[in-house]
Write a protein that binds this ligand. Sequence first.
Ligand code: SF4
Length: 46
Amino acid sequence: MSICETNKCTGCMACYNSCPKNCITMEYDDNGTLLPKINENICIRL
Ligand code: SF4
């Protein structure tokens, strides 16, 4: 699952800051781009 399409993510952290279960972490990919990662074991929207 992704929140915005990866190539459109600006790293704004709005998803990170608004998740009621705090299941999103921000991690750098291999290109050094900060992207959200969802813990699918905690997410209540999956
Ligand atoms: S950080 Fe989250 S809310 Fe912000 S652009 Fe990326 S996926 Fe969308």
